[in-house]
Design a protein around this ligand. Structure first.
Ligand code: ZN
Ligand code: MN
Length: 454
């Protein structure tokens, strides 16, 4: 039997707003003293009322727009009910049938279109850490229950704005998944709504994977099961988890059985996925509209204002770099990876123009010399090019060229001699043009000064 992989992705991205989603606690919780950034709202105390964070909603809509989604002009929050200590309320405020954005897409470099089913807003949960009782310094050793496992809860993360981005099951291989994730990460970073640092848990990845058999493929039917791998925090692990799952599921199908519909985790040490729990269906969560937050109505004009405030996106910048600077695709891709390198490149291009240095030379230097753009000073790259490009100009040729330029520009020469020294740059330009090689402009300038002082 031949099987076709069906892979979809759920990605959670934490927004870097100043405050949390429904209260005024700081959202900058990473590495802070546990339970120090909390209040009755994000601790889920009875009677506490949530107030939605406008900045977070604007940013969620912005992500939706960047992913070509339709933005719902009527939207609302819903309660997703479940019992687990990471959310003390017993439910997560999320969105069910009216997410802020739906039906978008991302196009991969091979032309494949990946459908975005929805982009919705929700709140992050508290963080549980499972530890051995005796291993924790806060507990005195010698306790009669020292062998027991304990779980610590830190509510600092509880209520941090979280955007969930769900794709259609449009992937059939791990390489495309990786490219999609890189593009998504790049987009939220360009928008400056999240740093999407996976080591800090700011971007968390959940692939859902199943195999379609030939019959299902022919009849355009989904497989009878789906496996979701939870909370992966690196692109490499996603690739490995997908490869592992495809093999595992194929082995089960080959002996005539059906893989269990379940949620699995990824164990990086053993490089395997492992069963965590049977997968919930939407109806298990008993979704219902959040009664404490009124629904939202947006206007076309309001959405357009958000669209207008968006910076240039990676794809548009890439195309502009290809066209405006005549760069090869390889260069343009590297130079648009993030806005720090893109902005530095463009500043140097402006400087380069004054010095007869082409965008391609600047691109080459930044890429080949591995310039640390975050710490490089303006014109650093220009200087490197000028120094390395010092073509030793033939002395006779230089002397005759200078003579010619002086003859053809007597007015400029007189101006210089009568004290208008800025005119020297014009003469340098004339000499460079006649030499038609990448000579060092500063050397020619010195030489001209010498000649003019005679
Ligand atoms: Zn709070
Ligand atoms: Mn979610």
């Amino acid at each position: 039997m031949k099987y076709t992989p069906l892979i979809g992705l759920e990605v959670h991205v934490e927004l870097k707003t100043t405050s949390k989603m429904f209260c005024s606690c700081s959202a900058d919780y990473f590495g802070k003293e546990p339970n120090s950034y909390t209040c009755p709202v994000c601790l889920g105390l009875p009677g506490a009322l949530p107030v939605a964070n406008k900045q977070a909603i604007d940013w969620c809509i912005m992500i939706g727009l960047a992913l070509n989604c339709k933005i719902n002009l009527y939207s609302k929050f819903d309660r997703k009910n479940y019992f687990y200590p990471d959310l003390a309320k017993g439910y997560q405020i999320s969105q069910y049938d009216q997410p802020f954005g739906e039906n978008g897409y991302i196009i991969l470099s091979n032309g494949k279109k990946i459908g975005i089913r929805r982009v919705h807003m929700e709140e992050d949960t508290g963080k549980l850490s499972h530890e051995n009782y005796v291993s924790h310094p806060e507990f005195a050793s010698g306790s009669p229950i020292q062998q027991d496992k304990v779980t610590f809860i830190d509510f600092n993360r509880s209520g941090v704005p979280l955007v969930e981005i769900v794709t259609e099951a449009d992937f059939d291989n791990a390489a495309d998944v990786k490219e999609y994730l890189q593009k998504l990460q790049q987009i939220v970073r360009y928008l400056k709504v999240s740093d999407a640092d996976m080591e800090k848990g700011e971007m968390r990845l959940e692939p859902n994977i199943s195999l379609q058999n030939e019959d299902e493929l022919k009849n355009n039917k989904f497989p009878k099961y789906k496996v979701e791998v939870k909370n992966i925090n690196s692109f490499r692990f996603v690739e490995k988890a997908i490869a592992y799952e495809l093999k595992r599921q194929e082995d089960i199908l080959e002996i005539g059985e059906l893989p269990a519909q379940e949620t699995r985790g990824w164990n990086d040490n053993k490089q395997i996925t492992f069963s965590q729990r049977s997968k919930e269906e939407a109806h298990d969560y008993r979704y219902f509209p959040e009664p404490d937050i009124p629904p939202f109505r947006f206007t076309e004009g309001g959405i357009e204002a958000i669209r207008t405030s968006m910076p240039e996106l990676p794809q548009a910048k890439l195309e502009r770099f290809l066209n405006a600077y005549a760069l090869p695709h390889y260069d343009a891709e590297i130079l648009t990876r993030d806005t720090v390198i893109a902005n530095y490149f463009e500043e140097e291009v402006t400087e380069g123009k004054k010095n007869n240095i082409s965008p391609k030379q600047i691109a080459n230097t930044i890429i080949n010399k591995k310039i640390d753009v975050a710490n490089a000073k303006p014109t650093d790259v220009i200087k490197i090019i000028q120094q390395s490009a010092t073509v030793t100009v033939d002395e006779d040729k230089l002397r005759t060229t200078i003579k010619e330029v002086f003859l053809e520009n007597q007015k400029a020469v007189e101006d210089y001699k009568s004290g208008k020294e800025t005119v020297i740059m014009f003469l340098v330009g004339q000499v460079m043009r006649k030499l038609a090689v990448k000579a060092d402009a500063s050397l020619i300038k010195k030489r001209l000064e010498m000649e003019l002082k005679v």
